[in-house]
Write a protein that binds this ligand. Structure first.
Ligand code: AMP
Ligand code: MG
Length: 305
């Protein structure tokens, strides 16, 4: 059985020992649980891809404990990127920058760019600091499936494939980080998250930089694949409460309180699957603020069927 351990000092030390052996662990963050391995250990990086069943060209997010560690990973950091990370870190913002030569191309999926963030979760930062190396960590689910927001989700999904799962309680936010590509003159949001478009736009404006409007061209972030975050149940999406049929299938209201809906989204989808529910009616939030990220995840989860 996978060991789910309390994220106290003893637990953190155990987790760091596992990482030093090249094992992968379940790690709490404020967004979702991560499947973390030591960035400096090639075997650990390969293990992350193997455990997730993730294609090798899908890059991993590198997690660091302090903003200044970005410079060791990046070949260059634009002014716009600096402003963003100064305002948003620690927090649910991932920036894509040109990668330093020292960054493993296994972690970057073979690209010359790297995705980096400082998580707000104290346990995640404590593990990185005690290890003394950045962690590569995608979400701790099998490829294409629903992300975990509780320690036992990770233990159930990945079983003995992870050495330990550090239990840091439920993830505060519940959806993955906002990803901003900062390699472009006009930064672009590749994945919406809790740091909203408006926030990114407002912060960039202080550096006289504009945010590119829409993501164009081929998918550059794996979360942008059409089929993703997929539960077994079929999700039927509705814009208006009046559209939701009273046909006996459960209703997931994401409109009344989008923050709470994001917090509980993945646990709800998992609970529907556990109960063998075939269809769920979803009342969508408005396309604003966190509602934008919720709509993104829900439309991908719905596209699976
Ligand atoms: P996950 O770890 O499951 O939250 O997914 C990580 C996300 O970051 C995926 O959508 C990746 O494709 C994206 N990502 C990581 N590195 C890069 C990069 N260098 N360029 C574009 N997207 C990236
Ligand atoms: Mg993921």
């Amino acid at each position: 059985m996978t060991k789910v351990i309390r994220a106290d000092q003893a637990g953190i030390t155990l987790a760091v020992e596992a990482l030093r052996r090249g094992d992968v662990i379940g790690l709490p963050t404020e967004t979702v649980y991560g499947l973390a391995g030591d960035l400096s250990n090639v075997a650990a990086l390969r293990r992350i891809f193997a455990v997730k069943g993730r294609p090798h060209d899908h890059p991993l997010i590198v997690h660091i404990a302090e903003t200044q560690q970005l410079d060791a990973l990046a070949a260059d950091v634009s002014d716009a990127c600096r402003v963003l990370v100064e305002q948003c870190w620690p927090g649910p913002l991932t920036v894509i920058v040109r990668a330093a030569k020292s960054v493993s191309r296994i972690a970057t999926g073979g690209r010359d760019t790297v995705a980096v963030r400082v998580p707000a979760h104290l346990v995640a930062r404590a593990v990185i600091t005690e290890l003394g190396s950045p962690l590569a960590a995608p979400s701790a689910n099998r490829f294409g499936r629903v992300s975990p927001t509780l320690a036992h989700h990770v233990a159930r999904d990945l079983g003995d494939d992870v050495a330990v799962v550090l239990d840091g309680g439920p993830c505060d936010i519940g959806v993955e980080s906002t990803i901003v590509d900062c390699t472009l003159a006009q930064p672009q949001i590749l994945r919406p998250g809790a740091i909203t478009h408006d926030e990114v736009r407002r912060i960039l404006a202080t550096a006289a930089v504009t945010l590119a409007d829409h993501v164009t061209g081929p998918s550059r972030a794996s979360g942008m694949l059409e089929r993703h975050y997929a539960p077994a149940a079929c999700l039927v999406l509705h814009e208006q409460a009046s559209e939701v049929p009273t046909d006996g299938f459960p209703v997931l209201d994401c409109a009344s309180d989008p923050v709470q809906a994001a917090h509980g989204l993945y646990a709800s989808l998992r609970a529907f699957d556990d109960a063998d529910v075939s269809t769920v009616h979803v009342l969508l939030p408005r396309a604003e603020g966190l509602g934008y990220a919720l709509r993104d995840r829900l439309s991908k989860a719905a596209a699976a069927h």
